[in-house]
Design a protein around this ligand. Structure first.
Ligand SMILES: [Zn+2]
Length: 435
């Protein structure tokens, strides 16, 4: 773990944000080369940088086993990070790994550099004693959502083919509670625009009879939830239940930071609501800001909506249902147009095979308790690409990004105990996994 601390410190010190408008591209190159050097020390060969369609570079390498019949495991992580965002909100320098209260703070400390260090720590624990074929892919633009690696997988299916794929970019339910994430919600975004008048009108002269585009939009958006807060899109099931580990309501309240007196939405459990059911969120509204607003009725208004699509629901059908719902909900004959944006299918891992059994045994030994099966409310499009390209592969989502890690927010951190236990579990998995 001393070495893990040193490694993570070096890697966090590289501001590898894959956006040339914010940080020089050389930083991403430095991080990629760091990954190459460290995995070369861990016995990987054929290491190199592969340019992907979005211009980022993915690190790929292999570590063959002596037994040619041994299964192949693909280890995944990403070396790019989110920008620090609100730098004033950080209590420690974002690109300097800093210990405080038993955690290590820094941008990428968990997402996903902590997982890179977890892989390295597991490999060092095993030394030369690795009975499986290993492949490594560490991408450089995951946080940008530009799909470089997704495209690379489709173009190079043989290069990355494996029996088990460890997508290490998620985390446990809580510190000390081992988990694999087995489902992800998909998404369907739309922009809904309302037109009601030729131009803005004085609210004193016209207010009353004149159709108000902003009021119409508010009315439409209000139909997307019922009084309990359930998402209510006509034709879209919202009664699904989650069959894996529960997400305790008290933990969710604290993870989400609810204000005093606020209640959780919906008539299902937290895990039903966040992993098994659809959820609609208003991402943005175009209308006059409060400061500078005039006494005027708005002629037009629009909103961008994000619909999370649970496993078992087709994202195209969900988007169709949302579009039809928004058009049908328009009051007063106002003109409503709906523009379709991003679409991503939900994901469900096949979790009954030998890789899952070996992982469950490894987690039990490393943590002294049973591995839980979690969902995740967000999407990882790469998982869908892996599942489509390698339908026989067992895909496992795991890693050091438990809820306290605050990934994507200021003051991201990692619990070094999670790196230690998960590296131990990963090493046990690589030792115990046979086809
Ligand atoms: Zn990540």
């Amino acid at each position: 773990m001393g070495r893990a601390r040193t490694d993570l410190g070096e890697l966090v010190a590289i501001p590898s944000v894959a956006d040339p408008r914010q940080y020089p591209p050389e930083e991403c190159l430095r991080a990629a080369n760091w990954v190459v050097d460290r995995f070369a020390e861990a016995g990987f060969t054929g290491l190199g940088l592969h340019e992907t369609s979005d211009g980022s570079r993915a690190v790929f390498g292999v570590r063959p086993a002596a037994d040619p019949d041994a299964p192949t495991v693909l280890l995944y992580a990403h070396y790019d990070v989110q920008p620090p965002l609100d730098e004033a909100a950080w209590h420690t320098p974002p690109f300097e790994l800093t210990e405080s209260g038993g955690r290590w703070y820094g941008r990428g400390a968990a997402d996903c550099k902590g997982n890179i260090v977890m892989h390295l720590t597991a490999l060092r624990a095993l030394g030369d004693d690795i009975g499986v074929n290993l492949k490594l892919i560490v991408e450089g633009s995951e946080e940008q959502g530009t799909g470089g690696l997704e495209d690379f997988v489709v173009r190079n299916p043989e290069l990355l083919r494996a029996d088990a794929i460890l997508v290490c970019d998620t985390g446990n339910a809580a510190v000390g509670v081992p988990a694999a994430t087995v489902t992800l919600r998909g998404l369907a975004n739309v922009v809904v625009s309302v037109e009601a008048l030729a131009g803005e009108l004085h609210s004193g002269m016209f207010g009353g009879p004149a159709p108000d585009a902003l009021a119409a939009l508010v009315h439409i958006l209000a139909t997307l939830r019922d009084a309990d807060g359930n998402t209510t899109v006509t034709g879209l099931d919202n009664g699904q239940t989650w069959s894996g580990a529960p997400y305790p309501a008290e933990q969710f309240r604290s993870d989400a930071g609810l204000v005093e007196g606020a209640s959780l939405l919906g008539d299902g459990t937290v895990s039903d609501m966040v992993w098994a059911r659809p959820a609609v969120t208003v991402l943005g509204i175009d209308c006059p800001p409060v400061v500078g607003s005039a006494a005027a009725i708005q002629s037009h208004a629009r909103a961008r909506l994000n619909l999370r699509v649970p496993p078992g629901t087709d994202a195209v059908k969900a988007q169709d249902a949302l579009v039809a719902h928004l058009q049908a909900a328009a009051p007063w004959g106002v003109r409503v147009t709906v523009e379709r944006e991003a679409l991503g299918q939900p994901f469900e891992a096949r979790s009954g095979g030998p890789a899952y059994r070996a992982l469950a045994a490894a987690m039990r030994e490393a943590y002294g308790r049973e591995m839980a099966y979690l969902g995740q409310g967000g999407s990882i499009p790469l998982c869908n690409v892996f599942a489509e390209t390698y339908p026989e592969a067992e895909i496992v989502l795991m890693g050091v990004e438990e809820p306290l890690a605050l990934i994507h927010a200021p003051n991201e951190s990692v619990d070094p105990g999670e790196i230690a236990r998960l590296a131990h579990a990963e090493a046990l998995f690589l030792s115990g996994y046979r086809k």
